[in-house]
Design a protein around this ligand. Structure first.
Ligand SMILES: Cc1ncc(COP(=O)(O)O)c(C=O)c1O
Length: 366
């Protein structure tokens, strides 16, 4: 970034989010669902877009009421918690939801707290909204204990605390006891980022919403729902929290096209979530087969796994790419030296990964 520009002083020297995009490799680096929509779903989406295309001279429903209703129905069915439109908010990916949360509840003079290593966008969103960022390191096995989390909240008095479960990039889940303890200790907002919840057996923090008015549960359609390209994230919280987010959202932030595509996907929930078991099978296969090759794989409840340790992770990342497989090098992240992360692919893609790692360990040329 040119230093000649009068960019905000607090942004100088920061690096944008930037997982490499290499389209001619097997792409296992951004935790997507590898299964594309079925021809029937593609046709349904095309039909829905065609119907809305004739109305694109008009702004979309600013409150996305129909979509929020569908999301509320999905989340209620999934978690057993009765949620309606007033308790559910949607935006362009959960990244935008989280940004709105920090716009509404963070900002200058306020702190956000996270337990790292965790999702790298949380501190970037804090920076973008001029919210201070403070991180505590996770404990053994990348876990967060109630004692450590409560002590951190008491020490920093954050306006917003992030708990990510299952956590990215470690795959570790955090129990509801910890969430409850953090809510009880916090005067600020507590965001449970459940982007990967559908891959885990643990109950959702949505089950705690009734008792904790400052709790927010954020979710996405980018992972289990296999809809990363449509950019739809959402959140469940009290109606007051949703009203606060409406103060900072851009008018008409969710396009009419986005809204109908997401609604069509939700109408095909059974088909889309039908891929979750296949993804989990490949994730477990990665763990079993890489361990059989002598590597350590961190136990995971998500659709990805950390594997290593590698003496030179950057060289291993490149060597895997030379073999046509794109994984994520997070080894420069504090606490992750030596580790690479890979998400489960289709069976064929996962075989490519395992073969590539095995070739590499044998010293075979690409
Ligand atoms: C923990 C976590 N939260 C949120 C997101 C953002 O996802 P999206 O903006 O696609 O909903 C991601 C994406 O990787 C993630 O890993």
């Amino acid at each position: 970034m040119s230093t000649a520009l009068p960019v905000r002083a607090d942004l100088v020297g920061k690096t944008p989010y930037g997982a490499p995009q290499v389209t001619d490799a097997v792409q296992l680096n951004v935790n997507e669902n590898p299964h594309g929509p079925s021809p029937a779903l593609v046709a349904a989406m095309a039909q829905a877009v065609a119907e809305v295309a004739g109305t694109l001279n008009r702004y979309p429903d600013r409150e996305a009421l129909a979509l929020r209703g569908d999301l509320a129905a999905y989340l209620s069915a999934r978690t057993g918690v009765a949620l309606g439109v007033p308790q559910v908010w949607a935006a362009n990916g959960s990244n935008e939801v989280l940004q709105q949360v920090l716009q509404a509840f963070g900002g200058p003079g306020r702190l956000a707290l996270g337990f790292e290593p965790s999702y790298s966008m949380h501190p970037l969103l804090a920076a973008g909204t001029n919210t201070g960022w403070v991180a505590e390191l996770r404990g053994p096995g990348f876990t967060v204990s109630a004692e450590a989390a409560v002590a951190a909240v008491e020490r920093h008095a954050p306006a917003v605390t992030f708990l990510t479960t299952p956590n990215n990039p470690t795959g570790t889940a955090t129990s509801l006891d910890v969430v409850r303890a953090v809510c009880e200790a916090s005067a600020g907002m507590v965001v449970v980022d459940e982007a990967y919840a559908e891959f885990s057996a643990l109950p959702s923090a949505a089950t705690l919403l009734a008792d904790h008015p400052r709790l927010l549960v954020s979710r996405t359609m980018s992972k289990a729902f296999a809809l990363a390209g449509a950019r739809v994230g959402y959140l469940a919280a009290s109606a007051d929290v949703v009203d606060a987010l409406r103060l900072v959202r851009l008018p008409y932030h969710l396009s009419a096209v986005t809204q109908v595509v997401a609604r069509t996907a939700l109408a095909h929930t059974a088909e889309l979530l039908g891929t979750v078991e296949q993804v989990k099978t490949q994730r477990d296969r990665i763990a079993t087969e890489l361990r059989a090759l002598g590597l350590t794989v961190v136990p995971t409840e998500s659709n990805f796994a950390l594997f290593g340790p590698w003496p030179d992770p950057a060289a291993t990342w490149q060597a895997l790419l030379d073999r046509g497989v794109l994984v994520r090098d997070l080894s420069s992240t504090p606490g992750l030296a030596g580790w690479l992360r890979v998400n489960a692919g289709t069976e064929t893609e996962t075989t490519r990964l395992i073969d590539a790692v095995s070739d590499l360990l044998r010293g075979d040329p690409p």
